[in-house]
Write a protein that binds this ligand. Structure first.
Ligand code: SF4
Length: 274
């Protein structure tokens, strides 16, 4: 089977830096004989989380679960009140929040007037943004705008939101007489991965995205290919590749920003050898 790979895929700078910070924190904690835990999934990929757990690192879901030593804040950040709770416990905080997410949180804090956070409810980045601006309403779909009074709103957009969904939200806002003053929060690394995938679509029969269903940017890559009429599949690793994939002659293979290089390479080998 022929496999075509786009010019950009896989780990972004934010993820590489977060994983390096986590590694450094674990090493420092070990040197001092202290425990180290991760606040939430450091990135949205179960293989990465499992690799930390194999090293004895606990993944916690709330400040109450942190006891002592080091705590590494996930790539998608943490709400301000939860960070304060960790600080109050005297823990050594290692902030692995992506700078792009930190910038969005800062935009939320200083935005004037009513604020909308456009993104998926419950996503860890959206929780962080809500933590930075508790009076903001979360808009997940064009329909969510219908409960708002018309007027002007500052809008902070989830870094990895699909641009087609954003366009539909913009269109509905115009229809409802809602003016969105969009603050610059979209992540260009995700955008470049999408553009690179689009450029290979004419040459492939189907697309495989190496990534976790939990990863928003991985799902977006799969959905982008589907939107352009290509059968597309999201698989955590080579063993999860669906049998249908092997019926195509040419596959476009890409990876979400949280997918380890070795997972991508193993998947590429499995497809090429079919
Ligand atoms: S995809 Fe963008 S926002 Fe998310 S970690 Fe990478 S650089 Fe940061």
């Amino acid at each position: 089977m022929k496999v075509i790979v786009p010019s950009e895929y896989g780990f972004c700078g934010g993820v590489r830096s977060a994983l390096q910070k986590a590694d450094d924190a674990i090493a420092e904690a070990g040197r001092l004989g202290e425990p180290c835990c991760l606040y939430g999934s450091i990135v949205h990929n179960r293989i990465v989380s499992a690799s930390f757990e194999r090293r004895g690192v606990r993944i916690i879901g709330s400040p109450d679960e942190a006891e002592s030593g080091f705590v590494v804040i996930r790539t998608h950040g943490i709400a301000d009140d939860k960070r304060k709770a960790l600080e109050d416990k005297g823990l050594s905080i290692v902030d692995a929040t992506c700078p792009v997410v930190l910038r969005s949180m800062a935009l939320c804090r200083k935005a004037e007037g009513p604020v909308l956070i456009i993104g998926k409810r419950g996503h860890s980045e959206i929780e962080s943004l809500q933590g930075a601006r508790s009076d903001a309403a979360v808009i997940e779909s064009p329909e969510d705008l219908r409960s708002l009074p018309s007027g002007t709103y500052s809008a902070v957009v989830q870094t990895t939101l699909s641009l087609s969904l954003l366009d539909r939200i913009r269109e509905e806002a115009r229809r409802l007489g809602i003016t969105l003053t969009e603050l610059n929060s979209i992540c260009m690394a995700s955008e470049r991965r999408r553009s690179a995938l689009l450029s290979i679509l004419p040459d492939v029969d189907a697309v495989v995205v190496a990534g976790d269903e939990e990863s928003a940017n991985s799902r977006e890559l799969r959905d982008l290919a589907a939107l352009h009429g290509k059968p597309s599949y999201l698989a955590l690793d080579a063993s999860a590749l669906p049998g249908k994939v092997f019926s195509f002659r040419t596959i476009g293979l890409t990876a979400g920003a949280s997918t380890p290089d070795e997972v991508f390479s193993a998947m590429k080998r499995a497809l090429e050898s079919a």
